[in-house]
Design a binder for this molecule. Structure first.
Ligand code: CDP
Ligand code: MG
Length: 763
């Protein structure tokens, strides 16, 4: 059996629902309903380390409002502890509510929230969305009867917007605290406050795999419970390979293990979705050629595992395989601690992961492939020793491990863009973001920069107070800059295009890239993909692709023909629908009407066109449409979309710098080029706008996702860049009312005087 993760996939009827401000309205009015348990579809392993601590955990949480529990990955923290609390009468009696105990369990990753909810509802024999549900951005699978609600930390943070005391819950479990995701870090402080306000009616449990318990218990001033784990020895093997060959090397090592070694699944750590998909393709091809050459190879199920995966596809990873069949999982760092693939005996660690980094020089955030920390490397190796004596193959040297890898991972909040967090905090009424009670405060300069960005997009006024625009942006589940773009698009009558663009950017990796070894296919893919390129840049290219796909009836075959990932487009469509609803709620314009009107027009246009299903003509049409649109200035809607982008990203524009053959970023003395994959690479455009910047140093910064923009759109906006009074925004120089009154006339007089001086000197 050779499968690629797309094989036996049960169609799930996902009841996607939107939620505004994170509130689930059903919850507030529901009657208490006994948690009914059906026949379990799976059993929790019998001897999980946490099971011996069940009573301890319940008692500790009865006696304390906050506790920290530490236990190794796989010990049962995420799946069992919430159930212990839910099933404990003693614990239930603590709460004076009639609606039954409600527990929120946060996860830094979407995949984990979904997988855990699914697993626990299987263990309880209930339907997903009943007693056990989940809530992730763009998807809510919970109902009035839900008692255990697995959710991303981002979702809970959003919920805090509408309800700072989290009255919907009795217990909040902040899981995977060691990951120190930005949202969890902010939740630490907010939860501390909520627990205080709810006088004993809200309990909090912080759980973590490996952590500096000292820092946690000091910050929360609470007891720490340690659950000792059981694990087997893992032999370490070092196989240094060059960074660029890590995918192939990892596949080779893994297949070698498959051929030579006894039982135990193989878990390979790579950096991202693209690498995992690529590795699955390589591995399948290699295995096939081994079989073709008459080698005897036992059964192997080859599957990828990464954050942006569709929920259905994740099932393959966790499902049991028949006796004698081995699982080969190519995963991102998601399988380090948040997800447990049972029965792993071998780990291959490429030594890298993708991390968000904030570049203080350019003020921009980018996703970079970086070396893992020693802690991460140990976690990865540990995955091999949960059920048997394991082996771990590191694709780097022992010296690299000791000399080059950083000891610990830097928490996200210390390395990423704080604009979104700052905005949400402002919307929650936390005015003094810079002096917030962070467990580990981010760099002050970066916090200040985030406030500056919020001011530049109009989310804050000159005094650092949230504007009406800012409030509306904060209600959209997007980075503030993209929220600003959508709202601008609503005003500029191109909201349909903007929704498409933002959805396409939110859905990762639409381009299918065959292996370079298969030169013919690689070239064909290049040629097919090039046909979509829009002369005005990558953003319109994305919109064009989506529109053509939709015109074609959203078919998988169209994607295949054009070397595009169907799943990515399907995901973009889902996101688009959700965003449309959310935007409708916060925008003054009627979004749905605008989008619907646009669709009707498109449909009419489509009807009048010959819609023959003949494949060749189809291709021809695609081609024609592609070339029709190559007019240099774009259609009105396209122009409007680019103008809307300027509203959110005018501080990320750059002007051609003829002599140096690149562009100079506005307001910064940084010269940048486009990535070679960008539609704007080599373009003579005078002004360009970018939504991503990649690279670790100023010298190798590259723009990714770039468009040509018109200077007339920028000129009213750019002066704001130099007008910012940071002291005022941060709140350091807020004048008192008396001062303001006293100063006002003087200011006016001064300005008149200055103007006269200038006029005088000009004469
Ligand atoms: O949260 P923690 O890492 O401590 O463990 P868990 O996620 O609660 O998982 C406890 C155990 O349940 C694991 O050791 C696995 O044996 C099993 N499990 C599983 O087989 N499949 C899942 N999808 C989740 C858990
Ligand atoms: Mg866990």
């Amino acid at each position: 059996m050779v499968a690629d993760g797309k094989g036996k996939r049960a169609k799930s009827r996902s009841r996607s629902r939107s939620w505004s401000q994170g509130k689930c309205p059903d919850w507030a009015t529901s009657e208490k309903k006994e948690a009914t348990r059906g026949a379990p579809r799976v059993q929790a392993p019998e001897d999980l380390p946490v099971s011996a601590y069940k009573e301890n955990i319940i008692n500790l949480l009865l006696e304390n409002r906050i506790i920290v529990a530490v236990g190794e990955t796989g010990s049962g923290k995420t799946t069992q502890i919430p159930q212990y609390l839910l099933d404990s009468e003693k614990f239930q009696a603590l709460f004076e509510n009639k609606r039954g105990l409600r527990i929120a369990i946060t996860q830094p990753r979407r995949v984990a929230a979904v997988a855990m909810a699914r697993r626990v509802s299987d263990e309880r024999g209930t339907r997903l969305g009943d007693i056990v549900g989940y809530c992730i951005r763009f998807e809510d699978q919970s109902s009035a009867t839900t008692r255990l609600r697995y959710m991303t930390d981002g979702c809970l943070l959003r919920e805090c917007l509408g309800d700072p005391d989290l009255a919907n819950y009795d217990v909040v479990i902040l899981d995977e605290a060691h990951e120190r995701s930005m949202h969890t870090d902010v939740l630490f402080a907010l939860m501390k406050r909520a627990v205080q306000n709810r006088s004993g009616q809200l309990r909090m449990l912080v759980t973590s795999a490996t952590l500096d318990t000292g820092a946690f218990s000091q910050y929360f001033d609470c007891p720490v419970l340690e659950v000792p784990g059981r694990s087997f020895a893992v032999d370490l093997h070092y196989h240094p390979v060059s960074k660029t060959q890590r995918v192939e090397a990892a596949v080779n090592v893994a297949l070698n293990l498959h051929v030579r070694e006894g039982p135990g699944h193989i878990l390979v750590f790579l950096t991202g979705m693209e690498e995992c998909e690529q590795a699955v393709n390589f591995a399948n091809a290699k295995l096939q050629s081994m079989l073709d050459s008459g080698k005897e190879v036992s059964d192997c199920l080859i599957v990828p595992l990464y954050g942006m995966m569709q929920s259905d596809d994740q099932r393959n990873v966790f499902e049991e395989v028949p006796e004698g069949c081995r699982k080969l999982v190519f995963s991102t760092n998601i399988a380090e601690t948040s997800l447990t693939v049972a029965g792993v005996g071998f780990v291959v660690d490429c030594g890298y992961c993708k991390q968000k980094f904030f570049n203080p020089k350019t003020g921009m955030e980018s996703l970079q492939v970086t070396e893992v920390s020693q802690v991460q490397a140990k976690q990865r190796a540990g995955r091999a020793g949960r059920t048997q004596h394991g082996k771990c193959f590191r694709l780097y040297s022992e010296e690299t491990f000791h000399r080059s890898l950083p000891k610990v991972t830097v928490p996200e909040i210390l390395r990423s863009n704080l604009a979104s967090v700052s905005l949400q905090m402002k919307a929650m009424g936390i005015d003094d973001v810079v002096n917030f009670d962070f467990m580990e405060p981010p760099d002050r300069v970066r916090l200040v920069k985030s406030l500056r960005l919020l001011y530049l997009i109009g989310a804050l006024d000159a005094d650092g107070s949230l504007t009406d625009l800012g409030r509306r942006i904060s209600q959209l589940p997007l980075e503030p800059q993209y929220g600003r773009v959508l709202l601008a698009a609503a005003d500029l009558q191109c909201v349909s295009e903007a929704l498409t663009l933002v959805s396409m950017l939110s859905s990762e990796g639409i381009w299918y890239r065959p292996s370079r070894q298969n030169a013919e296919q690689w070239e064909e893919a290049q040629a097919m993909q090039e046909r979509f390129v829009h002369p005005l840049g990558d953003h319109l290219t994305l919109v064009r692709i989506y529109t053509m796909w939709e015109d074609d009836g959203c078919s998988p075959s169209w994607c295949k023909e054009n070397f595009l990932h169907f799943r990515a487009l399907r995901q973009a469509r889902d996101i688009r629908g959700q965003l449309c609803e959310q935007l409708e709620k916060v925008s003054e314009a009627s979004i749905r009407q605008a989008v619907q009107g646009k669709r009707d027009r498109e449909r009419d246009r489509g009807r009048s066109r010959d819609r023959s299903r003949d494949r060749d003509r189809h291709r021809q049409r695609d081609h024609d449409r592609g070339s029709n649109r190559t007019s240099k200035s774009g259609t009105d809607a396209e122009q409007a979309l680019l103008q809307s982008l300027c509203a959110g990203f005018y501080m990320q524009t750059a002007r051609a710098c003829g002599a140096a053959g690149g562009w100079l970023i506005v307001g910064e003395n940084v010269l940048v080029k486009c990535e070679s994959s960008s539609a704007m690479d080599g373009s003579p455009a005078e002004w360009v706008l970018y939504t991503d910047l990649v690279g670790s140093t100023v010298a190798n910064c590259m723009m990714r996702t770039v468009s040509a923009v018109d200077h007339t759109w920028l000129s009213p906006l750019l002066p704001k860049l130099t007008e910012v009074d940071m002291k005022r925004i941060v709140g350091l120089s807020k004048p008192t009312q008396a001062q303001a009154q006293a100063e006002a006339p003087k200011d006016a007089a001064q300005t008149v005087q200055e103007r006269e001086d200038k006029v005088g000197s000009a004469r």
